[in-house]
Design a protein. Structure first.
Length: 107
């Protein structure tokens, strides 16, 4: 048994799909705490970009602090060993990346 048609034309079906897509994008931006996209495509989304950079800095800081706590919880032998040295290098690289992103923050 065929399904009942919701939209009378292909154009209406496409328009409904477009509205659902735009609503989904709007919800994603709200969930991430980002302002809506500018209505005119030629206006840069500087406020969105600033917030995205700030979120990136916050996430990198969180990861660095969790990694530091993990490193501190390991034994002294592990910290001074090859695995500890490798882990410390990753922490340092992460902190350096965070600092570079912070220097790029859009003012």
């Amino acid at each position: 048994m065929p399904q009942r048609r919701i939209h009378t034309s292909h154009a209406q079906r496409q328009a409904a799909y477009y509205r659902r897509r735009q609503d989904a994008i709007r919800r994603q931006l709200q969930e991430k705490g980002l302002p809506e996209l500018p209505t005119i495509a030629t206006i840069p989304g500087t406020a969105r970009w600033r917030q995205a950079v700030a979120n990136a800095i916050e996430l990198l800081s969180m990861v660095a602090s969790e990694m530091e706590a993990y490193f501190d919880d390991r034994s002294e032998q592990w910290q001074e060993g090859e695995r500890g040295d490798s882990f410390r290098e990753r922490i340092d690289a992460l902190c350096e990346a965070r600092d570079v992103v912070a220097d790029l923050s859009l003012t």
